[in-house]
Design a protein around this ligand. Sequence first.
Ligand code: ARG
Ligand code: ZN
Length: 855
Amino acid sequence: SKINLKDYQKPSFAVETVDLDIKLYEDHAQVASTLQMVRQSAGDLVLFGEDLALLAITMNGESLPSERYQHRAGKLTIADAPDDVTLEIQVRICPQTNTALEGLYMAGSGDDTMFVTQCEPEGFRKITFYPDRPDVLAVFTTRLEADKRYPTLLANGNLVEAGDVSGTPDRHYAIWHDPTNKPSYLFACVIADLDVLTDSYTTSEGREVTLELYAKSADIDKCDVGMQALKDAMRWDEVNYGRAYDLDRYMIVAVSQFNMGAMENKGLNIFNTACVLSSPETTTDARSFSVKSIIAHEYFHNWTGNRITCRDWFQLCLKEGLTVYRDQSFSADQQSSAVQRIDDVATLRAHQFAEDAGPLAHPVRPESFVEINNFYTTTVYEKGAEIVRMIANTLGPVNFRKGTDEYFRRYDGQAVTVEDFLSALSITDSKIEDFIDWYRQPGTPVVTGHQNYDSDTQTLTITLSQKTRHVAGFDAPKPLPIPVATALFDRNTGNIVAERMLLLDQETQAFVFENVTSEPVVSLLRDFSAPVQLNYAYQDADLAFLLEHETNGFNRWQVTQMLVNRILLQNKGEKSSPDIYLHALAQTLPVLAAEDAMLAARLLDIPSAQELASAIPQDYDPEAIKAQREGLYQQLALALKDEWAKLYKQLPIQAYQDSADARGRRALRNVVLDMAVTANVDGAAEWAQQQYDNASCMTERFGALKVMVNHQLAKADDYLADFYERFQDNDLVIDLWFSVQASADTVTPDAITALLTHKDFDWNTPNRVRSVVGAFSSQPTVLWTADGLDIYTGVIKKLDTANPVLASRLLQVLARWNTLTEPRRQMAHEQLLDLQKQVSSKNVLESLESVLGSA
Ligand code: ARG
Ligand code: ZN
């Protein structure tokens, strides 16, 4: 059953307070709740509940007879409830068998068994009957009771009381009170045996906050990076948004079984271990960086998400787009902002553009859904962040800050909409309200343009047009406000002669620059000022010029990507020769390697096979793309063959350091190593072994292993065995061991099957499933075969009812089957139709219907 944005209605009852009592036993839990409710408008009192055994229900002290309420399809409805209601409800749940990882569930096994919650978006209804919707805000008091073998009892807010349960010497309890009004999706509790890293932070308002990071004892030495990131994020939010933390305690708990990255529960974040644990020996630099940004993301939600929350789940981007924009800005302040932007844009292009181009395209604010879990997408998150970025850039820092201050002032403590957000942001500029169409309209706009220079009048005219594809089921697309950051470069001096933000808000517009003394090279969409595809009438030589002269590091990368796209993707007749690209890189690389090794490493990027595929609307042949991509990579490796040995020697392994400079050198060294092996540089295979043997950290060790595995170097299997041996007790590193094999350029269906049946493979741990299945989907030539799809759809069948959220996400990877060449297309279609007959979760069925819909 579809839910529509236009049908939104206010809840007829508000909840003032909730008292929860959760008693955990060996094979089940008992949950008692007391809800104080008050009528706000006419209508039934509606509670949601799933997978609950109802034991007792009373209203205002009297047991509620079954004819007074209706319980069906996950809803408990009481007609004719009085205006003031106290409900007392008792249910029985079974966290021990909850494999969906929503609600209260058991994670880990043996001594590491723990119980945690994931309530966003609709998991709270799996804990007890409740008006489980984000516009119902209440004050929660939570009592937890469990066996003493779980000494750690945590819930939101402040600890009020703890002690032994009288009469049962093995059991203890704790009572937590959260003074903030919050929706049920922000509820959390943890029942476990964990160690804790403690620190403290004094806010700008003078509040002393205790910071606690909980993990199993073997992992507590990997919590320092996360703790430091938390303190950095707390300071950053005070400085940049004027937002200070509001409780006396901030807790983070690491759990190894988790569907997503992390969750911003009020005062009690729960994190996937992969997104919080970090140490140089076990975590790559890239991972460690994402740990910091996810810590910041969840912290920033305290204001953008928790204090101001969403009226309904259609508004998900209200908290996610804004919070992603905030975490990206935070990260840009922690490293080279150009590299941060490159990584964010690369992700957007590879995943969000693909989503927008295919059958799963939806607006940043969807208008209908069956299962909201299917909409935690890169469109909602990353495109949502791009809209906030466009608004911020249009307003400039001073007015953007005025706008966000107004947003917090007006809506603190409320559940609001995207329109509310825009109305606050537009107090200094009413044009900001026009950005609403970006939230409503699916599809990536394509901006085309050309320039005309008139030497008589010394004017340059840049003509830009926009077009967005018409996605079935939506209104015909309208022109959107598209900020195009532009600079003109003098061809002789290489200097910038003019800089302007062009606002393209019509279908076609001409922008005139006066007093331009000679025809310049135009750099457009600087810093990726809008999430669009740009087709500008450049000569390849102009792009090479910009690679040399752009002052904006992001744009230097962007022109390399444009050159690669021209070489690989243009229609046959118009294809560019690689010469200009290869020559330009040969010029740039040696200088840049010494100045900014991290950026130099990025300039050698060739988009992944999947990203290239996302730009191909039909007759996509995975073999051909792979061959072309590898061909260009080979050419690049050979063209700079003499550079690799020089560079590799300039980047010796040193004692581990956590500086931007050291990270840059490590990143470049790994790229250079792969290039050297590709180009058959003398001794390069030995460099890989030495790098592995002498590694000072995981970035070096894993980088070397990856090269050995991808190129099937003679000793690759020995090194894989050594890696397994060394790290067998560390699940997150064993995930790397699985993924390096599953994503290998030479992987086969049999190799995937072997990994899926390995003794350490575990269907109940999403990280492990993703380390094989997610990694495998990065090899389209294997995925899009009969055997590959058999394996892939088999995985979805297997997870369909056990973990529908995970199954549905994995399925979304198959969305582009319809662009394949025959006979692959037909074969994929049959496999998907076959899958449709064998699945039953609404998550998977909704995704499958969309994926098949385009046929
Ligand atoms: N709100 C979390 C975050 O963005 C994501 C949780 C999503 N969970 C889910 N089951 N869809 O940080
Ligand atoms: Zn978030």
